[in-house]
Design a protein around this ligand. Structure first.
Ligand code: PFF
Length: 451
């Protein structure tokens, strides 16, 4: 039998897992949601949701992945042979690939904006013109497809090189670099005149804004941010060595993800307020507001604008790439483990399919804008389907699998490395996986259904 690849060290495991977790969700989604739901008060709820509900699901995926040492479909078939659980495995192969289709389009935008920054395109026009680039660009037919192609080719190139030489090597360089880059932006942003208002917006605890949907938003954000319920944690865990500490890698990933979200919040919001703008969420923040801010702050000094915006878009690109490779790897692991395909063919086939569907997502900002499903453009439809339904559904299935299908002895054996580690926390983690996490997810479902 072919030898299965492994991550080389604990550092590599955490960098790859954190690479999957830290992405656009941290840079634009977290600061915006945090501001909307009461700043520091939201951080408390978010942290609690991450520890009590998200982390147990992370551990459930880790336990399944490392126990079975194979892809999500194979893992379910191996640990619960002859049952319908394998279909859950199949679902969680499909969902990350669906996310990749539209994530790559946004990844492509960061390629375009990096190029625009480096070529001084923003500084050649009046500052007021800069936000208008975005709508013109995304609705144009060819350019967004071209950069989506470049992004997908980069993702495929990394995954093609393998777990150790591709994913591990890239994440070990990209993640520390990303951290440094965002610290530079943080320093710059905090020194801008008027930045304090942004800091205040983020830290002032406003408990009155902690409404029922704030709790659902915290949990939904924790899910998306930690890439839960889509088989990426399961698949990466199947590459973790048997003597590695699962508890530590989970905590390491969650802490890096939260730290990154907070730093990104403090790097982005003060700049927004310093420029006299209102915080808004979504792609508009990253691609309209921030380039405008970098230009406004660097007016008359094109080199400063070029430097700050290039650093920012390299950071976005790195964050998007490390997340996107984890999405593709889930499907590649399936085709190589279950169908005996070689890594090269599996990667090229799946990258091609996601690229083709991604074209429809890209065109849904332009010529296919009128083509809607349930009143949503194709891009928005896929986004809602995945974030609101498929992620929580996958997470629910994984915790129920570990809490109710696997035997408690097997779960304990895997989590404690055969009774040698974290034996004392196991009881708490098991309780959370078996009872609290599934109930928490049902609550998100109901909130999404009724709000
Ligand atoms: N966690 C990523 C982010 O915060 O941007 C998004 C993500 C990555 C979702 C990988 C799903 C996934 F499989």
């Amino acid at each position: 039998m072919k030898k299965r690849e492994h991550f080389g060290s604990r550092f590599a495991v955490i960098m790859a897992m954190a690479g999957s977790a830290v992405g656009l969700g941290n840079i634009w989604r977290f600061p915006y949601i945090m501001g909307q739901y009461g700043g520091a008060a939201f951080i408390l709820v978010y942290t609690a949701a991450s520890i009590i509900l998200a982390l147990p699901i992370f551990y459930a995926e880790s336990i399944i992945g490392r126990r079975a040492r194979t892809d999500t479909f194979g893992a379910m078939s191996k640990l619960a042979p002859g049952t319908a659980w394998r279909w859950a495995g199949l679902l969680t192969i499909l969902s990350p690939l669906l996310i990749l289709c539209y994530y790559s389009v946004v990844g492509g935008w960061s390629v375009e904006y990096l190029f625009k920054s480096l070529s001084f395109s923003f500084t050649e026009v009046p500052v007021e013109e800069v936000p208008h680039f975005f709508k013109r660009f995304i609705s144009s037919p060819w350019q967004p497809i071209f950069v989506h192609t470049v992004f997908m080719a980069l993702v495929a190139g990394i995954v093609l090189s393998g777990v150790k030489d591709g994913i591990e090597r890239f994440s070990k360089v990209a993640m520390p670099a990303l951290f440094l880059l965002i610290l530079v932006i943080l320093g710059y942003s905090l020194t801008l005149p008027g930045a304090f208002k942004g800091v205040e917006y983020l830290i002032k605890p406003d408990f009155s804004r902690l409404t029922a949907d704030a709790y659902a938003a915290a949990l939904g954000q924790a899910f998306f941010s930690l890439s839960l319920g889509v088989g990426t944690v399961l698949t990466y865990s199947s590459y973790i060595k048997k003597d590695e500490d699962l508890f530590v890698s989970g905590v390491g990933t969650a802490v890096s993800d939260l730290a990154f979200a907070l730093i990104a919040g403090f790097a982005v919001m003060p700049a927004v307020f310093a420029a006299g703008l209102q915080p808004g969420g979504g792609p508009g923040l990253v691609f309209e507001t921030l380039p405008y801010i970098f230009n406004k702050m660097g007016e008359g000094l094109p080199i400063l604008t070029t430097l700050t915006s290039s650093i920012f878009f390299v950071a976005i690109l790195a964050a998007a790439l490390t997340s996107a490779i984890s999405m593709l790897e889930v499907g590649v692991a399936f085709l190589t483990d279950e169908r005996g395909m070689n890594r090269r063919s599996a990667t090229l086939l799946l990258a091609f399919l996601c690229w083709a569907v991604g074209i429809l997502c890209s065109l849904s900002f332009g010529s296919l804008r009128g083509m809607t499903l349930l009143g949503l453009t194709f891009f928005d439809f896929l986004d809602h389907l995945c974030s609101d339904w498929l992620l929580p559904l996958g997470g629910f299935l994984f915790t129920v699998f570990v809490g109710w299908q696997m035997s408690k002895d097997d779960v304990r054996d895997e989590f404690t490395n055969g009774g040698t580690k974290n034996v004392r926390v196991f009881g708490v983690v098991y309780f959370l996986m078996r009872y609290l996490a599934p109930v928490g997810i049902v609550v998100i479902f109901l909130t999404n259904l009724f709000l």
